[in-house]
Design a protein around this ligand. Structure first.
Ligand code: ADP
Length: 434
């Protein structure tokens, strides 16, 4: 630990050296302080006190020299000037030390410094925070702190071969995280290494979400395309002249192409919402009218399944929302309610004021959703029962569109369900203002 040695020896005796008028010692002390200014943070706190003592002593000495009537010759005046300059340099060093300490202690990235043998000798507050609940870092080897042989080896290479490294280290425990680490050698003179840590967990999570999304989209598109191509080829190879099977194949091609266009429509809607391209027009919206329009759109499907569709939204319920957005939300919820309710069931739309907001719930007597799936149904492409959703013509995107629209309107959506009995989705939006 050469720099720690310097802090204790080079500067520590500054005042004493001056009192004894040992100029060589004084100059050596200041020169060593200058060389170490940039790594002052590495040194222990007493360095700061030493620099201040040195600066005060030098100023005192300069005053004494210039006022001493017995020594007013040119050499003494020159010496007094030099001592003054040194005092000024020492003050600057002290400031540099303070700045560096403040920067490192307040920076959001974690930093540690190791000695030449790879032991951690200093770290900043952010690193302590990143590695919480681990408390003792100083005096430890990297492997003992993060259990990563890769990081341990990187630190050793930085110390011994002056090789920098960049790597990612997983942190297990209560708060599993991924840390990106840059390890840099501190150079021959100082020995040792520094490492900078940044939490990249959220970045990696988003990358994974994006990759999964692309994989899901490709899969969802591939399924209908494969069916369309397969049946078209069969027809081309002769089935077209088969009056018994041809109409059925054409029907499948038509259904699958509808599925494709629904998927593309939902994807475009989501991407517009993501890009915040779609300008929401927030204005007073009579919820009874919007709910009635959404209900009319699903009524034919409900009737064909013998499902009773009931509306009970008071006319005075006026929300501050985007009319098209709220209609889309209710349409998606009603479409699902009808889709996942067996023949002869019942779907109700109720409106009321709750906690000063407008609340509209869509309740069905359908298949319900098990509790373990409830937190995930708003995720893109999440389906409780993949087969059932596809058979019903679902894209797996309806509820994520609902969630996005509600967020954009400063609204909220909740779900409650009892498997086998039914599901209730409730959306809330601000009430009309002004
Ligand atoms: P999908 O197009 O598959 O319906 P959604 O995003 O609209 O996709 O819904 C996600 C999943 O949530 C559905 O696949 C279904 O499993 C479940 N779900 C949604 N609404 C209901 C409901 N009213 N009753 C039962 N399950 C539902």
């Amino acid at each position: 630990m050469p720099w720690l040695g310097f802090a204790a020896v080079g500067v520590g005796g500054g005042a004493g050296l001056l009192a004894a008028s040992s100029w060589a010692g004084f100059f050596a002390g200041v020169a060593a302080a200058a060389a170490s200014a940039l790594v002052a943070w590495v040194a222990t706190r007493p360095l700061q006190a030493d620099l201040e003592t040195l600066s005060t002593a030098a100023r005192g000495l300069a005053r004494e020299l210039s006022s001493d009537p017995t020594s007013r010759n040119a050499d003494t005046r020159k010496l007094a000037r030099e001592v003054n300059e040194l005092a000024e340099q020492t003050r600057k060093l002290s400031l540099a030390h303070d700045t560096l300490t403040a920067v490192l202690d307040r920076m959001p990235d974690g930093v540690w410094i190791t000695s030449a043998d790879g032991t951690i000798v200093r770290h900043n507050a952010a690193l302590q925070e990143l590695l919480y609940p681990m408390t003792t870092l100083t005096g430890q080897r990297p492997i003992a702190v993060l259990r990563s042989t890769q990081l341990q080896e990187a630190v050793v290479r930085a110390c011994e071969a002056a090789e920098p490294a960049r790597l990612e280290v997983p942190v297990e425990g209560l708060r599993p995280r991924t840390l990106a680490v840059d390890v840099v050698p501190l150079g021959k003179e100082l020995g040792g290494s520094a490492a900078v840590f940044r939490d990249v967990s959220e970045l990696r999570r988003l990358e994974k979400v994006r990759q999964d999304f692309v994989a899901n989209v490709s899969h969802e598109l591939a399924t209908p395309i494969t069916a369309i191509r397969g049946y078209a080829e069969t027809l081309r190879e002769g089935a077209l002249r088969d009056p018994e099977n041809a109409p059925q194949m054409v029907e499948i091609i038509h259904r699958q192409s509808e599925r494709l266009s629904e998927l593309v429509r939902d994807l475009l809607e989501l991407s517009r919402l993501d890009a915040k391209e779609q300008k929401l027009q927030v204005e007073p919206v009579a919820l009874a009218e919007v709910a009635a329009r959404a209900a009319e759109a699903v009524r034919p499907k409900a009737s064909s399944k013998g499902i009773t569709l009931e509306l009970s939204v008071p006319t005075e319920l006026v929300a501050q929302a985007d009319a098209r957005g709220i209609e889309q939300v209710l349409l998606n919820l009603l479409d699902n309610a009808v889709k996942y309710t067996p023949r002869g069931g019942r779907v109700e739309v109720r409106g009321q004021t709750a906690d000063g907001r407008c609340a509209v719930s869509v309740r069905d007597t359908g298949v319900g959703i098990e509790a373990k799936h409830l937190p995930r149904v708003f995720e893109r492409f999440y389906r409780v029962d993949k087969g059932r959703s596809r058979d019903m013509g679902g894209t797996g995107l309806g509820l994520s569109i609902v969630k996005n629209l509600m967020t954009a309107m400063e609204g909220d959506v909740r779900v409650e369900s009892i498997p086998g009995k039914g599901t209730t989705f409730t959306v809330t939006v601000p009430t009309q203002t002004g």
